[in-house]
Write a protein that binds this ligand. Structure first.
Ligand SMILES: C[S@@+](CC[C@H](N)C(=O)[O-])C[C@H]1O[C@@H](n2cnc3c(N)ncnc32)[C@H](O)[C@@H]1O
Length: 253
């Protein structure tokens, strides 16, 4: 077994391609998030919590757009966090914590984040837990700080059209896999399991996420999230960005 991850940038890139197969407009939602951060920091280097940040894709973009930013990547997947550690290379704090439990925030290095950003992750949690988590996120934000959650949030007013969009997206995704343009989720994990350094971490991960994918696939509309954010005490909540069946909701503390 090697003691370091060879070519972290390559793993980072292959993760991004794998995620983009699901979310062709992934960079657009990240750009919208970063503009929200910019709006509440007036050009000062922000303090950002990358919640369920995986390999740290969002933190890498934060550091590139805002030199001097302080980023924290929090996740519980040891393999993805190892890629984050190697690709961020000392430029961010990397933390392991489980968002299913309120203690997730106990070891955070800061309490006054300008922004908490999360993407394609909270649908892994149960509805009641997401609502509680929103209140806990507020406690990690400074007054006036923002929370952005980008995820699958279908528009309830467009049920048949959303189905068509998703069917077409699935066909295009299959075509990309067939052409070798990106790895599928199971193929990406199989590659990681073949890497000397990542293999034991992928094994640890299988104890954390015992099913082949993940436990929950729970996708309420953006309106549900906006209500839950208001209930959690945020002063304003609404839609920051929308792309087909996905949206990013924003809430101001
Ligand atoms: C599809 S990935 C997205 C990662 C990253 N936000 C991105 O956009 O590349 C979902 C992430 O949520 C994390 N996650 C899911 N449930 C979690 C939990 N209970 N605690 C911490 N992280 C969790 C997973 O480990 C995974 O890294």
């Amino acid at each position: 077994m090697t003691t370091y991850l060879a070519d972290p940038a390559t793993w980072q890139e292959s993760w991004d391609r794998q995620q983009e197969a699901f979310l062709p407009d992934r960079e657009e939602r990240f750009a919208a998030m970063l503009s929200a951060v910019d709006a509440v920091t007036d050009g000062a280097p922000p303090r950002v919590l990358d919640l369920a940040g995986g390999t740290g894709t969002i933190s890498l973009r934060v550091l590139s757009r805002f030199p001097g930013a302080q980023a924290t990547v929090l996740d519980q997947d040891p393999a993805l966090l190892a890629i984050a550690t190697a690709s961020l290379h000392g430029r961010a704090t990397i933390m392991s914590a489980d968002l299913r439990h309120p203690q997730w925030s106990a070891e955070l290095p800061h309490r006054e984040y300008d922004a908490v950003l999360t993407a394609t992750a909270l649908h892994w949690l149960a509805a009641e837990r997401v609502a509680e988590l929103y209140a806990e996120v507020r406690e990690a934000l400074r007054p006036g700080g923002v929370f952005v959650n980008a995820d699958h949030m279908p528009d309830e007013a467009l049920p048949t059209f959303t189905k068509k969009l998703m069917t077409r997206a699935a066909a295009l995704r299959s075509a990309r896999y067939a052409a070798g343009a990106a790895l599928s989720w199971p193929d990406w994990w199989a590659r990681a399991a073949d890497d000397d350094f990542l293999a034991p971490l992928v094994e640890q991960r299988s104890q954390i996420y015992p099913s082949a994918h993940h436990s929950a696939e729970w996708m309420p509309p953006a309106a549900w999230h906006i209500d839950a954010l208001r209930m959690a005490g945020f002063t304003e909540a609404g839609i920051l960005w929308r792309g087909g069946p996905d949206a990013a909701v924003i809430a101001v503390n």
